[in-house]
Design a protein around this ligand. Structure first.
Ligand SMILES: [Zn+2]
Length: 618
């Protein structure tokens, strides 16, 4: 049993999921013999070291060392808990899960999801029902095709104080559940509750699994606030999600680009005009977590800014974003040696600025797709943009302006983790400022040092490296590794050697855990089935690494026999040591058992002699 699921059920699900198809949704995989390879979605790399073995249903990255089975992949990619991954894959594989009591928090999340799903259905029905005519008219007046409205699952919260409350009561949802889902509020001066969303057009916000987790509600008239959003709930954490991610996934993959806009309507309009790779940031700044989400689907992000916003507060916002980005260890900036950082090698983030007075919605409606396209084409690297802003906002003709600009640029540079990139940027900025690049660079270094000493969130990011607790492990010895490989890959080694093996014989902690799982596993279980039996991420990654290794096992029988002999000798030697000790003790205490112990010892020694003779061929 793992996470409350039986190993048979997990096996059934695992074998019903095509790993290449599952991983292939977010990683471009190419066939390489028995395996498939692609760029690792979990670390930045330029040559593919991410490997999927469809036969075993596992993945492993030779670059960062992560690995596991379908459950592990989904948990890592979509940030799911194990039971959630099991449920998602069970559905995919068409395997029915036995109904059982899930752990409390898990059950609570499931309950909230059910409430959100029911509410979403209620709101959608309301939009397309007779009474939704006003809302539909509003949607059309905003230029949104009704087909697009359907695709995005728009809804309508009817007027009145308890339309949702009374509907949900019929569904058996309690008022308290609606409150914890953020859909109802307790009355201020009287007992009872009222609907949070009333007379608004609703935009459902879905998680990467396309489950509704929150709503954004837009006023259709002059009422305030213009936008009313769900509060944070256990399902919805601000800054962790992107609006329309589930709809835009495919487009992002196809175009290998993500476009990030600010508003729901901007996003809908962009899709309607063919920019199907568009998501909305659901907030003011966009966060490292959101960038990490996008990185799974595309190699480039273009953030679209209104000219006003870009003029007024974009710089500080982008500087903030920059810090966030730098905190993501694996998202590097790549700057070519010539100092032009437009052709960044991996995950460049660009900024597209719209013409004065426009947001994407109004621009598309007024001038069509081509107008947005040309702005996207003209998008510039975020660093380039931020540096230029920092320079542009100061009056460089005055000494004071120059020194402020100088300080700001040094601060921005100090956040760039890669020395080569920072040097290139320093050169560029110094040229514009008319100062010495070396001086700027030294100041940036000093600032970086000061931040590092201060510690905390704001220190420069460490270079990319392997993640997970396996970092702490030393590399296993070759002989231990080979032994486990043989056990995992051949039935003959398992039947022949497992009876001789005990965990204590293995020094490496990870391999020891794998051996333990093998020994405890029911007979005939496929090695990939051990995944769920292992205690942690690091152990599962190690198992995946061993399972993807391809090797010929032609002389397996000889190897197994040799090892059996060796283990046999080791076991006898151990027994001889034990016997010698027991004899010494028996002699000291005058125990009559001494004679029989001595007889056993002699016979063992004789046998050992014989076996040694066989082994060495004497
Ligand atoms: Zn990797």
């Amino acid at each position: 049993m793992a996470g409350g699921f039986s190993s048979q059920i997990l096996d059934e699900i695992r074998s019903g999921v095509d790993m290449v198809e599952l991983v292939g949704q977010s990683v471009n995989l190419k066939r390489a013999g028995e395996n498939w390879k692609g760029l690792c979605p979990f670390h930045a790399e330029k040559t593919p070291s991410f490997t999927v073995n469809p036969k075993r249903g596992i993945f492993h990255c030779f670059g960062c060392g992560v690995g596991g089975d379908a459950f592990g992949f989904l948990m890592r990619q979509d940030r799911l808990a194990f039971p959630e991954a099991v449920r998602a894959l069970a559905q995919r594989a068409g395997v029915e899960l036995p109904t059982q009591r899930s752990p409390e928090t898990d059950g609570k999340l499931e309950g909230l999801r059910r409430v959100m799903a029911l509410a979403a259905q209620f709101y959608t029905d309301a939009l397309w029902a007779h009474d939704g005519a006003k809302a539909r008219a509003y949607v059309e007046s905003r230029g949104v095709d009704l087909e697009v409205a359907r695709r995005f699952g728009l809804g309508y919260a009817p007027e009145g104080w308890n339309a949702l409350l009374s509907h949900m009561a019929k569904e058996g949802v309690s008022d308290a559940e609606l409150v914890s889902a953020g859909l109802a509020l307790p009355r201020q001066n009287a007992p009872g509750f009222y609907d949070r969303f009333r007379g608004r057009l609703l935009f459902p916000i879905r998680d990467p699994q396309a489950r509704v987790v929150a709503f954004g509600g837009r006023a259709m008239g002059a009422e305030e606030p213009k936008y009313l959003n769900s509060p944070e709930t256990p399902l919805y954490v601000k800054g962790q999600m992107l609006y329309a991610l589930d709809v835009a996934r495919e487009g992002m993959r196809q175009k290998n680009r993500a476009v990030v806009v600010e508003g729901y309507l901007d996003c809908l309009m962009a899709h309607q005009h063919g920019f199907t790779e568009t998501v909305a940031a659901l907030g003011t700044a966009f966060t490292a977590a959101q960038l990490a989400l996008l990185r799974r689907y595309a190699d480039e992000v273009v953030s679209v800014f209104d000219a006003d916003a870009a003029g007024q507060k974009a710089t500080s916002r982008l500087e903030e974003m920059l810090t966030d980005v730098m905190d993501l260890r694996n998202l590097g900036w790549s700057v070519s040696r010539t100092g032009s950082f437009e052709k960044a090698g991996y995950f460049p983030i660009k900024v597209a600025v719209l013409p004065e007075g426009h947001d994407p919605d109004s621009l598309l409606r007024a001038e069509g797709a081509q107008a947005l396209q040309s702005r996207l084409d003209a998008a510039r690297s975020i660093l380039d943009f931020v540096l230029e802003r920092a320079l542009g906002e100061e009056d460089l003709t005055t000494p004071r302006g120059r020194s402020t600009a100088h300080a700001r640029v040094a601060l921005i540079l100090s956040r760039v983790p890669n020395a080569e990139e920072a040097t290139a940027l320093a050169r560029e900025a110094a040229r514009k400022l008319g100062v010495d690049a070396t001086q700027l660079w030294i100041e940036a270094q000093q600032l970086q040092g000061a931040r590092a000493r201060k510690g905390g969130q704001d220190r420069p990011a460490a270079p990319a490296g392997p993640t997970g607790s396996s970092q702490a492990w030393p590399a296993p010895s070759l002989s231990e590794r080979d032994l486990l490989l043989m056990l995992l890959h051949t039935e003959e080694a398992r039947t022949g050697l497992l009876p001789y093996l005990e965990e204590v014989q293995i020094v490496h902690p990870g391999l020891r855990a794998v051996l333990g799982a093998l020994r405890r596993a029911p007979e005939g279980i496929a090695p990939e089935g051990l995944m769920a039996e292992l205690p942690g991420e690091a152990e599962r990654s190690l198992l995946a690494a061993l399972l993807v290794e391809q090797r010929e096992w032609s002389d397996i029988h000889i190897q197994v026999t040799e090892l059996q002999k060796r283990y046999d000798i080791r076991r006898r030697k151990q027994r001889i040591r034990e016997l010698s000790l027991a004899i010494a003790q028996a002699q000291a205490t005058g125990d009559p058992a001494v004679a029989s112990l001595q007889a056993e010892l002699r016979s063992l020694q004789d046998q050992a002699q014989a076996v040694r003779g066989m082994v060495t061929g004497r």
